[in-house]
Design a protein around this ligand. Structure first.
Ligand code: F6P
Length: 538
């Protein structure tokens, strides 16, 4: 992190750390308005944070000193900012609505982007209208996406988020885990002659995905009694044509993307195919428009009024200033139930790094732990700790004015909880207030709420494809901003590799018929031996 600019933030934070949100609101009648931003259909009220105008100025100066604008512009321009992998980072091209060319290594990437979108549109139209038929002539009723990580979490989360816009006669399933239970339970729910499998893998090498895809292929061929059925029931989404062909999928039924799309940023690429089948190409385009609007806001708004920048800075304030280890994302919308899980990969795989761009050990904490559950469920589970625990957990509350399922007073109740929680977290309840309510003296310490628990409130009119796209882009850019502030490369993920390599070695040892010579540590050796014995392979 830029040392001088961070020290300025720190001294301002120290100067304001004893201020209470109660006082700050009482002193400044314009506080809510001052700390509210609008972008791409979203309102962000960040007034319930431990900030003052002066502290926000220092934070914005930190963003300036760290080169947020320079890095942002370089990313949008297609520069190879993912330096360790020598790649551009151009997920923004996937939703770019402008006519001008966008060059990567001298080549305009936009015609390719448009061509894949068009092919996805034609294909999803055929599936949705029943023109794409299975091998036995029946229409598709089940779509099973086989992928993991970015090839699963994005489309799975989005299909649930936009279920209100989905064609209900096609059921969507997502299989990711190499635990066969995931695939087998899914296969029990579908009929082979009416199932379309989408094998989604950027590399087409991922162990879990390829294992599940091979098993699904065997199941289908056995059920339909003909290898030729694969062509009507399997399509692929990948960057690797050769491996798709090797698997036996006709490349005419392959939807490509590019190495400049990171897995966790790939939802608006062909990885979004299951979503397009579910909601149709028009709604999908609206989602891309929502992404684009937030992209444009991120590109053009001054840093102090820039939603992803402000959210990124606040996160850094809590992580590095207050030592917060995690933050909670709390969508008050059941459709966004998988959004926290999606964000875990987006944020933690991007910013879970401990060396900076120059390969030096970082000197401050980087990416936080991300977690969350939909409200109001979380209120009855972990909010106790957020309200009265010893840890500081900044929270993002996400809600909508209108429900897709208006029924009685459900939505008013949901939103009453939404607003009440941020109020309670910010302002708490003093001992005097408890006593005034008649709380017995011995219980007062237990009934006090300290308050000053920071929250962001994100509010939109309705969860639509547009507001959804904008929300995802908002978090993408927030994570980007934080990566710049910490001077790390948010776009590689070497940390996932060691475990994968070791698992390959262990797998060979687990299945060998002759007792293997185990050369791990004593703990791993013993565990492997115990497993082999249980399998009768001692
Ligand atoms: O293991 C991590 C990872 O490489 C993610 O970054 C990626 O989204 C996921 O695996 C799946 O990769 P692929 O799309 O190549 O199967």
């Amino acid at each position: 992190m830029n040392v001088e600019a961070w020290q300025a933030v720190e001294s301002e934070r120290q100067a304001t750390r004893d201020l209470r949100l109660r006082e700050l609101f009482a002193k400044d009648g314009r506080r809510a308005e001052r700390f509210t931003l609008e972008a791409a259909g979203w309102t962000l009220d960040y007034s319930k944070n431990r900030i003052t105008p002066a502290l926000m100025r220092r934070l914005v100066e930190l963003a300036e000193a760290s080169g947020v604008e320079r890095w942002r512009d370089a990313m949008f321009a297609g520069e190879a900012i993912n330096a360790t992998e020598g790649r551009a980072v151009l997920h923004t091209a996937l939703r770019n609505q402008k006519a001008e060319p966008l060059l990567v290594k001298g080549e305009d990437v936009m015609p390719g982007v448009r061509e894949v979108l068009e092919r996805m549109g034609e294909f999803s139209d055929r599936v949705r209208t029943g023109k794409w038929l299975g091998f036995t002539g029946k229409r598709i009723k089940y779509v099973v996406n086989i992928g993991i990580g970015g090839s699963d979490l994005g489309p799975a989360m989005a299909c649930q988020a936009l279920q209100a816009y989905a064609k209900r006669s096609i059921a969507m399933y997502f299989v990711s885990n190499v635990d066969a239970t995931h695939l087998m339970e899914t296969l029990r729910a579908v009929k082979p002659e009416q199932t379309l499998f989408i094998v989604a893998s950027k590399t087409f090498k991922t162990q879990e995905t390829m294992t599940n895809a091979e098993t699904a292929k065997e199941w289908l061929v056995q059920a339909l009694g003909d290898k030729r059925a694969v062509a009507r029931h399997f399509v692929a989404v990948s960057t690797c044509r050769e491996l798709v062909e090797d698997f036996g999928i006709d490349v005419a039924n392959m939807f490509g993307f590019w190495d400049w799309v990171g897995g966790r940023y790939s939802l608006p690429s062909a990885i979004g195919l299951p979503l397009m089948i579910a909601i149709g190409r028009r709604n999908y385009q609206k989602m891309l428009k929502g992404y684009f609007k937030m992209d444009q806001h991120f590109l053009k708004a001054p840093l102090a009024r820039n939603m992803p920048v402000v959210m990124g800075l606040l996160g850094v304030l809590y992580s590095n200033g207050y030592g917060a280890e995690s933050y909670a994302v709390l969508p008050y919308d059941q459709y966004l139930a998988r959004f926290p899980a999606y964000l875990q990969q987006l944020d933690m795989e991007s910013n879970g790094k401990s060396v900076d761009r120059q390969g030096r050990r970082v000197t401050c904490h980087t990416g936080p732990v991300v977690w969350g559950e939909p409200g109001t469920n979380g209120q009855h589970a972990f909010y106790q700790l957020i309200h009265q625990g010893t840890r500081l957990i900044p929270c993002d509350f996400i809600g909508f004015c209108k429900s897709h399922n208006p029924s009685g007073d459900h939505h008013d109740k949901l939103m009453a909880n939404f607003f009440a929680q941020t109020e309670a977290l910010a302002f708490g309840k003093t001992a005097e207030e408890c006593r005034a309510e008649g709380v017995a003296e011995r219980l007062v310490p237990f009934r006090v709420f300290e308050g000053d628990r920071p929250t962001n409130t994100l509010l939109a009119e309705e969860l639509t494809p547009e507001t959804f796209g904008a929300l995802v882009a908002l978090y993408e850019h927030k994570v980007f901003v934080q990566g710049v502030l910490w001077n790390i490369n948010s776009f590689d993920q070497y940390g996932v590799e060691l475990g994968k390599v070791l698992a390959g070695r262990v797998l060979a040892e687990l299945v060998e018929t002759e007792p293997p010579v185990l050369r791990h540590d004593a703990s791993t050796n013993a565990l492997i031996s115990r497993y082999r014995a249980a399998q009768g392979r001692a």
